[in-house]
Design a protein around this ligand. Structure first.
Ligand SMILES: Nc1ccn([C@@H]2O[C@H](COP(=O)(O)OP(=O)(O)OP(=O)(O)O)[C@@H](O)[C@H]2O)c(=O)n1
Ligand SMILES: C[C@](O)(CO)[C@H](O)COP(=O)(O)O
Length: 402
């Protein structure tokens, strides 16, 4: 259901093209291709949905693309506020449909945006809004042309060098007084003036003065295949790493026996740890820490103590399972750190073997595995030699959501 938006500037995003210059893709036309893990149109819409001055947002799509659109924006918050209409055979026809969909929605100004310009930024939108507020009927973001411009004939021979000091490359959103541009577009359609590649040209044709504002070098239009690959690389390179930390704690009671297993290493001793499995407190704590990095519950959820098959089991299977869960969720284990709290046996002589065991079980390098130990200064249950406790921390980096 469509929700009301609080901003005052109507937005028309045109995305009904077929993207022929970018070539075919299994993902559909270029506006549905993924860059940085999300479809191009997702990024473009998000910029406007997040901009506080956006009023109603009309999205113009191709009649065959309803399914593609639904899949593309399924996780976009506020998507219910979008007004979706179908476009026409040309960009100009699609814009007209979008403008007409804003009729009677109390819009004073409108911004017309290419769906395939996903890097439009808030500063640019604010610059344009200032000009509209100052009463300009048409505002065009553009950047001065920086290449030397040549004119050539059909045989590929240069016929002239064009002075570039007053040349600009036009961007979007091209922005207007709503009623003024709607009237110009409708008149162009009626008079079959149909060769316009942008909306500023229609304003010029209709005699409306167009104000230039500084565009943004990043606000490129994704036109050919290479543009899409470059946009993808750019977003991936700038994505914030998704680093997560989990912690775990476990304690087991000591009782008379012949040794304890800690971090997968058996240490001969006159006591053993009491437990359902081999009672390796260290690996249990680390298993919980790893599961915590992806919200996957705790060791008891995965290996219920009531299940007899885990009786006497080596705890490395719990840790291996947790590592699989983490990796299955897209995680890379960066670090595993265990602190053992025990009066006896002495851990120091076994630390290196323990670290090596962790590295082997987790399949990560030794320098990412740490084992430390302390006594409890003879205080409490650990201090009285009644049990051994372990605290673990795991650090995992996850791939960006896609
Ligand atoms: N009939 C059309 C043609 C274009 N557009 C939109 O206008 C914007 C800019 O057009 P362009 O880059 O030329 O896109 P396409 O027309 O899809 O590309 P091509 O010309 O390569 O087919 C795009 O967001 C495109 O989806 C549209 O809404 N309706
Ligand atoms: C509107 C536009 O993006 C401004 O640069 C451009 O004119 C669209 O042209 P296209 O031929 O549809 O790519």
């Amino acid at each position: 259901m469509e929700q009301e938006r609080s901003g005052t500037i109507g937005i028309v995003v045109v995305a009904a093209g077929r993207g022929e210059r970018a070539g075919a893709s299994v993902e559909g036309p270029k506006q549905y291709r993924r860059i940085g893990g999300k479809p191009v149109i997702w990024h473009t819409l998000k910029r406007f949905l997040d901009w506080p001055k956006s009023g109603p947002i009309v999205l113009v799509i191709h009649p065959e693309d309803h399914g593609l659109l639904e899949a593309a924006i399924v996780d976009l918050s506020s998507r219910d506020s979008l007004i979706v209409v179908e476009g026409g055979a040309t960009r100009q026809a699609s814009v007209l449909n979008g403008l007409q969909a804003l009729h009677d929605r109390g819009v004073r100004h409108v911004m017309i945006q290419d769906g395939v310009r996903p890097f439009v930024d808030e500063a640019l939108l604010d610059r344009i809004a200032l000009e509209l507020d100052a009463g300009k009927p048409a505002v065009l973001p553009a950047i001065p042309v920086s290449d030397t411009i040549k004119r050539g004939d059909t045989s590929g021979v240069v016929t002239a060098t064009v002075p570039r000091n007053d040349l600009y490359a036009a961007q979007t959103p091209q922005s207007f007084h709503y009623e003024t541009i709607l009237a110009a577009h409708e008149r162009a359609a009626t008079e079959q003036a149909v060769d316009f590649t942008d909306d500023a040209s229609i304003a010029e044709w209709a005699g409306i003065p167009v104000q230039l504002v500084a565009g943004s070098i990043d606000n490129v239009k994704l036109t050919v295949k290479k543009d899409i690959a470059m946009a993808d690389e750019k977003l991936k390179a700038s994505a914030l790493p998704d680093v997560r930390t989990g912690n775990g704690y476990d304690v087991h009671q000591l009782e008379p026996g012949d040794g304890v297993t800690l971090c997968g290493i058996f240490i001969p001793h006159d006591q053993k740890l009491k437990g359902h499995s081999d009672a390796d407190v260290a690996l249990h704590a680390l298993t919980d820490a790893l599961l915590a990095t992806c919200g996957a519950g705790d060791i008891g959820d995965h290996f219920p103590p009531s299940d007899m098959q885990w009786k006497g089991a080596p705890s490395r299977i719990f840790l291996e399972h947790a590592a699989r869960v983490v990796r299955g969720a897209g995680g890379t284990i960066m670090n595993a750190d265990i602190s053992l709290i025990a009066e006896e046996p002495k851990i120091g002589p076994h630390r290196q073997a323990m670290r090596e065991k962790l590295a082997e079980i987790l399949d990560i390098s030794l320098d990412r595995c740490s084992v430390k130990a302390t006594t409890n200064e003879k205080i409490g249950f650990v201090g009285r030699g009644e049990g051994i406790a372990a605290i673990a921390t795991a650090t995992v980096v996850f791939r960006g959501a896609d």
